[in-house]
Design a protein around this ligand. Structure first.
Ligand SMILES: [Zn+2]
Length: 430
């Protein structure tokens, strides 16, 4: 049945400056879960005036948040105190990821993981699973039930990790292909070729990853790049003949418009240039970078003309410390301030919606409230807490209101979440 959602609309075009803000707006959602119309409530076409309305008053109506980098099998291991990335992986992460060899464990975890995304207003994500086929399978199945656009794949790791989370180049390739055939483009799901990073994938496995990208034409690729100093030192030991870390992936043909590299903190001018000219994207994960002490990723450095690197924003749970894209925007602001750059709130909200949809090549489907897109919608209460309510009394503009939400907001500000037109979360207001 056609349904109308009303509130304060905000949706972006190609840049942060290109936005539509409609204080008293309406979105018309069709039977098929896609947006039929959006605009000022008073301009609502006659044909839909009798349709049932979800009236969200003064709350913001935005396209659902998109998280471009998160780890499903780390859903319960936030706040694990590692000395740095490599120590954190071996002491906490690999033992936890080993549990996902058990299919019933993976299935129960998938439900909890997706519930957490939804209560935080995140409707799509690019996700790392564990090395086990059943882990990615469980996540795909749980996302299919909810009709979410979840992008994932089995993680490939064939060296330097415990046996319980290790595959081989051949088996990793074969299993990835089977998972792609089973799940890719089933409803809104997409497959992602997922070598964890060049430390835990051998040259043979990186070669297989490139072959998969050739054989599976619209699959995406995700991996990690230039996160911590310890990792960089290990890369230099493992790949002494490559110019730098980006060159390792480049040599295997893994750069390109379908590739998303998490972190990109310590990139040289040369690396930025290669990432830019190949159309590769970098996922900025500020809460994780601060928590693991990995370093300060500079959006100004990466985004510098004439060789801007495409940027998205991710939580990187469980290295990241929050599922909330609002909290992640706030952390991005703080990290960028420490690099000498001050992003606007509009820029950060643009990143978490439209820009992230572009990074995941989903912009024709989600990321804005334009007609024809899926009605993936997050409803945000700008005055959700006492602190926010009193701060918003001082807000003078849309930018000001959004800024307070980015710095002070979290899951408590998420009033409701819609996926494909269906309301699947509503926060009880006490
Ligand atoms: Zn990660």
């Amino acid at each position: 049945m056609t349904r109308i959602v009303t509130g304060m609309l905000l949706t972006f075009g190609a840049s942060a400056a290109d936005y539509l803000h409609e204080p008293q707006g309406a979105v018309v959602i069709g039977d098929d879960g896609r947006i039929l119309w959006r605009g000022a409530r008073q301009a609502l076409p006659e044909a839909w005036r009798a349709a049932p309305v979800d009236d969200h008053g003064d709350c913001l109506i935005l396209p659902g948040f998109i998280d471009v980098h998160i780890h499903f099998p780390q859903y319960r291991m936030l706040a694990a105190p590692g000395k740095d990335l490599l120590d954190w992986l071996s002491r906490f992460t690999f033992p936890e990821e080993a549990r996902y060899g058990d299919v019933s464990y993976a299935e129960a975890a998938a439900e909890k993981f997706l519930d957490r995304l939804i209560v935080n207003g995140t409707t799509s994500a690019m996700v790392f699973s564990s090395v086990h086929n059943q882990c990615a399978g469980a996540l795909f199945a749980a996302a299919l039930k909810r009709r979410m656009a979840i992008l994932t794949g089995k993680t490939m790791m064939d060296r330097d990790v415990p046996q319980a989370v290790r595959d081989t180049a051949e088996a990793g390739g074969r299993d990835s292909e089977v998972l792609y055939q089973t799940w890719h483009r089933r409803d809104r799901l997409r497959y992602v070729v997922s070598p964890r990073f060049a430390v835990t994938s051998s040259e043979a496995q990186l070669r297989v990853s490139a072959e998969l990208m050739q054989a599976l034409p619209d699959a995406l690729m995700q991996t990690h790049l230039s996160e911590s100093q310890g990792e960089l030192a290990r890369i230099r030991e493992l790949y002494p003949n490559d110019t730098d870390y980006t060159d390792v992936y480049d040599r295997f043909g893994l750069l390109g418009e379908r590739s998303v590299f998490a972190h990109g903190i310590h990139l040289s001018e040369r690396e930025c240039k290669r990432l830019s000219e190949t159309g590769s994207s970098v996922a900025h994960c500020p809460t994780s970078n601060m928590f693991l002490g990995s370093g300060l990723m500079s959006m100004a450095h990466l985004g510098k003309p004439p060789r801007p690197v495409g940027l998205g924003l991710g939580t990187d749970v469980g290295g990241g410390t929050s599922y909330s894209m609002l909290a992640t925007m706030g952390a991005a602001y703080k990290v960028q301030m420490l690099t000498g750059y001050r992003p606007t709130a509009l820029e950060l909200f643009h990143m978490a919606t439209r820009r992230n949809a572009e990074v995941l090549r989903l912009a024709d489907e989600v990321g804005s409230l334009d007609s024809g897109k899926w009605a993936d919608i997050v409803v945000i209460d700008p005055k959700a807490t006492d602190v926010l309510a009193s701060r918003q009394e001082l807000s003078q503009s849309l930018e000001d209101m959004l800024f307070a939400l980015a710095i002070l907001g979290d899951d408590r500000a998420i009033r409701a979440t819609y996926v494909a037109g269906r309301k699947i979360h509503e926060r009880r207001v006490t």
